[in-house]
Ligand binder design. Structure first.
Ligand code: PMP
Ligand code: GLU
Length: 395
């Protein structure tokens, strides 16, 4: 089978693969606690789902413009304008099938053969694959563990070459949950501006933040003069528990939005219309949305505290990074490597088999010393999962 060079190096999403395996084993009757894929376990707030149902009943079932319904793009832009304290042009918003497609649209439109895109390790598993699909080169940049892997302009400078065209990161981060401060972001943004490097900011977890105000620092709060070329990514999946609706967006200049739109118009066209109607409710009924988000954020914070306490008490041999947002715990597993489990991938397969707990091995994120657990699940399952891991390791 000869694959086109377009996909010659493409690997399936590791996060989705582990989670699908866990679901299959569970459906075969195995007792599996699935802490692999990162998705909120909450139902979509009912007023959002109801809006979509109403929309379908009223015939909102046809194509919309490829970049989304204008009223949705305007509602998203209004949310971002409020955050930025200055107007954000709605024509810069392109609504896509998840932030994943928004990332793909932007990377495919901006990068090509010969380009290098800096990606901090540990990275979200899809970043290098998306960059590879553009036939550009993802260049992993390892931050220092003592700084929770957060990158500095010096780290970027060391990795940069004349071919460096972009820098792609997430904050709050997947898989670490680590959050850049406003000053740290500003320093990175200024480096990108000065070096003529595109800054691609994935802020999909910005509402799941445990610090003051409940929203992680982001690009829009930086003084506009700090920013050179940039694209911001966000969406409904994580903030509003809407993973299955597939609604994300990019914010760029209106000129670049037209390019992303042209690409999307030849691939998927618009996001499913009922999903857009649901998202319109989420982005326009702001008080109801804020209340729902606050409740979910509080639950994630409580679980974060719980899982940290459980790790400290029962798994002290697995040191973790302190998460400030998102819903992941990223912890070192190399201290418990042994015969038959000499890599994170082997260890995670062993834990799935022995303990019935599904985790994502660090190989998926570019650091095989670690594993990732999603704590977007019930307290009861978290307690049970940690007990099972501790028991398996005690041997
Ligand atoms: N960025 C990051 C960092 C993620 O973890 C995810 C998870 N799915 C996405 C983007 C894409 O999310 P979605 O396509 O569901 O909007
Ligand atoms: N982003 C989530 C994760 O990292 C969902 C799965 C995916 O799209 O990668 O697990």
């Amino acid at each position: 089978m000869e694959r086109s060079p377009n996909v010659a190096r493409l690997r399936p999403s590791a996060t989705i693969a582990v989670s699908s395996l866990a679901k299959r084993l569970a459906s075969e009757g195995r007792d599996i606690i699935n802490l692999s894929a990162g998705e909120p376990d909450f139902d979509t707030p009912s007023f959002i789902s109801e809006a979509a149902i109403q929309g379908i009943r009223q015939g909102q079932t046809r194509y919309t413009p490829a970049p989304g319904m204008p009223e949705l793009r305007k509602a998203v832009a209004a949310t971002l304008s409020e955050r930025a304290g200055r107007p954000v042009p709605w024509e810069g918003i392109v609504v896509s099938t998840g932030a994943k497609q928004a990332l793909f649209n932007a990377c495919f439109s901006i990068f090509g053969p010969g380009d290098e895109v800096l990606v901090g390790t540990p990275y979200w598993t899809s970043y290098p694959e998306i960059v590879g699909l553009c036939r550009a080169e993802a260049v992993p940049v390892a931050g220092q563990e003592s700084r929770d892997f957060k990158l500095t302009p010096e780290d970027l400078e060391r990795a940069a070459t004349p071919r460096t065209r972009g820098f792609l990161y997430s904050s709050p981060g997947n898989p670490t949950g680590v959050v850049y401060s406003r000053d740290e972001l500003q320093a990175l943004a200024e480096w990108c501006r000065d070096r003529g490097v595109w800054l691609l900011a994935d802020e999909i977890y910005r509402e799941i933040y445990f610090g003051a105000g409940g929203q992680a620092p982001g690009l829009l709060e930086l003084p506009p003069e700090c920013l050179g070329n940039h694209v911001l990514f966000d969406g409904a999946s994580k903030s509003f528990a809407m993973t299955g609706w597939r609604m994300g967006f990019s914010l760029s200049t209106p000129e670049w939005a037209k390019v992303f739109t042209a690409l999307q118009s030849h691939t998927t066209s618009n996001v499913a219309t009922p999903s857009q109607v649901a998202a319109l409710a989420a982005y326009s009924r702001t008080d109801e949305t804020a209340a729902a988000v606050a409740e979910m954020r509080e639950a994630f914070r409580r679980r974060r505290d719980l899982v940290e306490r459980l790790f400290r008490e029962k798994l002290p041999q697995l040191p973790y990074l302190e998460p400030g947002g998102a819903f992941y715990l990223f912890f070192r597993v190399d201290g418990v490597f042994g015969p038959g489990r000499q890599t994170a991938a082997e260890l995670c397969s062993w834990l799935l088999e022995e303990a019935g707990v599904a985790l994502v091995p660090g190989e998926a994120f570019g650091d095989p010393r670690f594993a990732r657990l999603s704590y977007a699940t019930s307290d009861e399952l978290l307690v049970k999962a940690v007990d099972r891991i501790a028991e398996a390791l005690a041997g």
